[in-house]
Design a protein. Structure first.
Length: 409
């Protein structure tokens, strides 16, 4: 069985047009990395680029590099490169701050654009920070949170809803929202829509403008491989930019930051989303990751991601393993991941990590395996499936050390 699956996997790898890209990442030996959806792998080009930026642009260039190395344009430049990967124009995206901070700015801006409406509608079980960022605005008396299960969201849209806030690919289950349909429903109710693309950007084909989306945010350190804590990105549709006012009115969002005026005046376009000085080192690393995704193309990545997860399920099936899949069985309806429910998911995940198969656990009972398509092979699928089967059948996960919880799970 093992030999047969590995042979088939090797055939698939030999025919894989993306196989050559594995070398463009630095991956530890004897590790099958199924957590690129949480922290993307390190591109081979990143260390050299960082060295260049640190030694050359910072060490030698010093303050001159704001102009000479275009540090001043970095947030827009990197945003502009992300733009076509999410279906929008370069002047509609800026890379800045964290996803959480961008959520705050855009939720507040949406409330400002829908005067008289206070409700932010989302679903229970959305990514925590998306729900938590509403809380601060509630405390300020500006917002009111409303949650409705995903099959009741459309009915929950009424005249009070200012903003529909959804995560395109659910972080736990991998379920994908119908972006066009949800956006249309929100617009019919007079609300704006803010899409969190953290688990879509760089892995799935996203067409924000084709869906007439209003606002979006996304993460730089997952499928864009920008490194831990990489800057995030924010999108505002061109038609909203003039009327958009976000509350973090720092000097980098000013129309003329270096005029040092006493009074705030927002920059004319997407620049008004910036707040303080851009993290140049973080943007430099992110740019390498984004360039690589653009070179491979999101469509090709999405196609391979589906093929990988389908093959993984096929391998489990061949081994006769019956685990509860909580992700949609139809690969076109899920993101680049498979999530399984098991009461002992935490210990199983730890036992897999001890074998070099790195996935993650999501409280309380989800084993989540991510299939970052740029650097995974079909052979990794066959081997990871075998490890999972062995961990479960041997009861290896029952060892006490696999139940101890670390600070980050
Ligand atoms: C990863 C993720 C975030 C991350 O937010 P940070 O501010 O970078 O910590 C936000 N939203 C979703 C849906 C995510 O998956």
């Amino acid at each position: 069985m093992r030999e047969e699956l590995v042979r088939r996997a090797r055939d698939l790898d030999a025919a894989d047009p993306l196989a050559e890209y594995r070398e463009r990442f630095i991956l530890p030996e004897n590790v099958i990395y199924l957590d690129g959806n949480s922290l993307g792998a390190l591109p081979t080009a990143t260390p050299a680029r960082m060295q260049e930026v640190i030694r050359g642009e910072w060490g030698e260039g010093l303050i001159r590099s704001w102009n000479d190395a275009d540090w001043i344009g970095a947030a827009r430049r990197v945003g502009g490169k992300i733009a076509p990967l999410i279906g929008v124009q370069p002047h509609e995206v800026v890379a800045c701050d964290s996803t959480s901070v961008n959520l705050y700015k855009l939720i507040a801006a949406a409330l400002d654009m829908r005067a008289g409406r206070k409700v932010i509608l989302s679903e229970p079980g959305n990514f925590p920070t998306d729900l938590y960022m509403i809380a601060g605005l509630e405390r300020q008396g500006l917002a009111e949170r409303r949650l409705a299960p995903r099959d009741q969201l459309i009915e929950a849209l009424d005249d009070d809803v200012a903003l529909l806030l959804l995560t395109h690919v659910h972080y736990k289950t991998g379920d994908v929202f119908d972006m066009a349909a949800m956006t249309k429903a929100a617009h019919e109710a007079g609300a704006l829509v803010l899409w969190d693309l953290s688990h879509s950007g760089g892995a799935l084909s996203v067409d924000l403008n084709g869906c007439e989306a209003d606002l979006a945010v996304g993460c730089g350190y997952k499928y864009f491989n920008g490194g831990p804590g990489a800057p995030a990105y924010a999108f505002v549709a061109e038609r909203h930019q003039k009327a958009l006012h976000q509350p973090l009115t720092g000097w980098f969002g000013h129309a003329a930051p270096f005029a040092f005026s006493d009074d705030y005046a927002p920059a004319p376009g997407i620049d008004r989303l910036q707040c303080g000085t851009a993290p140049i080192l973080g943007l430099a690393a992110l740019e390498v990751g984004v360039d690589l995704v653009a070179e491979i193309s999101v469509d090709r990545l999405a196609r391979k991601s589906r093929a990988l997860s389908e093959f993984f399920l096929e391998c489990l099936g061949e081994w006769g393993l019956d685990l509860e899949l909580v992700s949609p069985l139809d690969s076109t309806r899920r993101g680049s991941q498979l999530s399984f429910r098991h009461a002992e998911a935490y210990a199983i995940c730890q036992a897999l990590i001890a074998r070099g198969v790195i996935g993650d656990f999501r409280d309380p009972d989800i084993l989540r395996l991510g299939f970052a398509p740029a650097y995974l092979r079909f052979e990794d699928m066959a081997e990871a499936a075998r490890h999972l089967v062995e961990v479960l059948e041997s009861g290896e996960w029952k060892k006490p050390e696999f139940s101890e919880r670390a600070a980050v799970t």
